[in-house]
Design a protein around this ligand. Structure first.
Ligand SMILES: *Cc1c(COP(=O)(O)O)cnc(C)c1O
Length: 473
């Protein structure tokens, strides 16, 4: 029989084994291909039916290491440029292990004074880091999607109150459709959050002036004016995912102020522009918003899952997310979750370890690396940059001079698939102004110039190869 109590003697060995294998894995991370050959076959080795009688922790961990490590995407490594995916700093790594070890339930000070106090310290330090008013409050979430959900729930409550309805108590109760505006940069997680809040994905009116999605300021102004004083929600985007561009937050804050709208800003990675005077102008005006969100597992380089929702006035969060019962202490933190992990440990530890100057240095290095890649692209006769690179994303495509424009989308999409299969660097494709493009995002503390150079090298190499095979076909 394998009752865990009978096998408790395995604990020391199991932990020592996990530390040894983790140390080896992380030690090889800088050199490893992003996706190991045979990854999905390796993952398949872990399938199978539920063991009836089994043989304990060491046997399980050995099997997990043997197949799982071979199946794992090296997404915390220096050459994972897909999506906007951060790594894990050594301080965050250690603290996250401790969070699992202590297994605190961060939902209430009665369940964990440590987790609740550290969460308030983490929020205060983050507000300071991002130069947001110290009078604001906030909550740690699973990521930017749930942070958008949390903040937009507060916006929804405010909007309904303006119509005289306590939406968290009474539901929609005859409320009209809410006027919600954004530029074409609005992230699908914000529209998903609106769907989850019952406001509907389709409630966002995109006010854009061009194919890239840039905000039409005059259009936003007349839309707000046309409401004749009815309350609206404006979503600003501090950092969009295709090219790292920003909505003009300062003018949006002016408009929100003038027309009495709630300004919410999605700064999932772009909020980090405020860490350096070289980029902070992009995100100026964010401090005038009603709510702002960002991600921990992106540019802060803490492990999944971690996001932040900041609110000028966090008190209304309790109306949406509070809950009570005779057995509960009544001091629960507000947020979409009840029981939850002590994410604050990793946030606290990484900020304690590297401080403002360490994060500023990392962000500035990433800005330099993005400029370096942009220059490489500009200097190449077969690469074409499609957008400015104001922050940490470089949007470009393979464009040899003798290939017709009509074939470029298909060619770049093929290179995109080949690139992921190749695995030396991981870069996603998108459509920018209708054209298929690469959009590497630089957010990992480990990433160096050599890693970034490899993006251009590999795209050119695979591009030439795809061209050659296309000719032969
Ligand atoms: C990544 C991202 C999100 C969603 O974040 P998750 O952490 O994946 O939920 C939202 N907005 C922007 C701008 C993002 O880059």
């Amino acid at each position: 029989m394998t009752d865990p109590l009978l096998l408790r003697g395995e604990l020391d060995q199991a932990l020592a084994y996990a530390v040894r294998e983790a140390t080896r894995y992380l030690g090889e991370l800088d050199e490893s291909p992003v996706l190991p050959a045979g990854a999905s076959d390796a993952a398949e080795e872990l399938a199978g039916s539920l063991p009836q009688e089994s043989d304990g922790a060491l046997a399980a961990l050995t099997e997990l290491v043997e197949h799982g490590l071979g199946a794992a995407t090296r997404s915390s490594g220096p050459r994972f440029f897909h999506f906007v995916t951060g790594g894990v700093t050594p301080a965050a790594q250690g603290a996250d292990w401790l969070a699992s070890t202590l297994d605190q339930n961060a939902f209430s000070a009665v369940s964990s004074p440590l987790a609740v106090r550290l969460e308030s310290v983490a929020i205060a330090w983050l507000l300071d880091l991002f130069e947001l008013p110290s009078s604001w409050g906030g909550v740690l979430t699973t990521g930017a999607t749930t942070a958008n959900f949390t903040a937009l729930a507060a916006a929804r409550r405010w909007w309904a109150e303006r119509h005289g309805v306590d939406i968290d108590e009474r539901g929609f109760d005859g409320l009209p459709a809410p006027p919600i505006f954004s530029s074409g940069y609005v992230h699908p997680s914000a529209t998903k959050a609106l769907a989850m809040l019952g406001l509907g994905r389709g409630s966002v009116r995109v006010v854009a002036k061009d194919a890239a999605g840039r905000l039409d300021e005059a259009g936003l102004e007349s839309a707000l004016e046309a409401l004749g004083g009815r309350p609206a929600i404006v979503i600003g985007n501090a950092g969009e995912v295709n090219a790292g561009d920003f909505d003009p937050i300062e003018p949006m804050a002016d408009l929100a102020e003038r027309y009495g709208a709630w300004l919410h800003v999605d700064g999932a990675f772009g909020l980090f522009a405020r860490l350096t005077p070289r980029a902070s102008g992009l995100a100026s005006g964010v401090e005038r918003a009603n709510s702002v969100i960002s991600d921990g597992h992106k540019w802060l380089n803490v492990p999944y899952d971690c996001g932040f929702a900041f609110l000028r006035d966090p008190a209304p969060l309790h109306a949406t997310f509070g809950f009570s019962a005779a057995y509960l202490p009544g001091d629960e933190l507000p947020g979409p979750e009840a029981s939850r992990r002590a994410r604050s440990l990793a946030v606290w530890a990484t900020l304690r370890a590297y401080g403002r100057s360490g994060y500023r240095a990392m962000v500035e290095r990433h800005l330099d690396l993005a400029q370096r890649l942009a220059e490489r692209v500009d200097a190449s006769p077969v690469l074409e940059r499609l957008a400015e690179a104001p922050l940490n994303i470089v949007c470009f495509r393979f464009r040899p001079p003798d290939v017709d424009e009509s074939e470029l989308d298909e060619l770049n999409a093929r290179i995109g698939r080949a690139l992921l299969a190749d695995g030396r660097v991981y870069v996603g494709t998108t459509r920018y102004e209708g054209r298929v493009a690469f959009r590497p995002a630089i957010v990992n503390w480990r990433t160096t110039a050599a890693d970034v150079e490899l993006i251009a090298d590999v795209v050119v190499e695979l591009g030439e190869r795809e061209l050659a095979t296309a000719v032969r076909r």
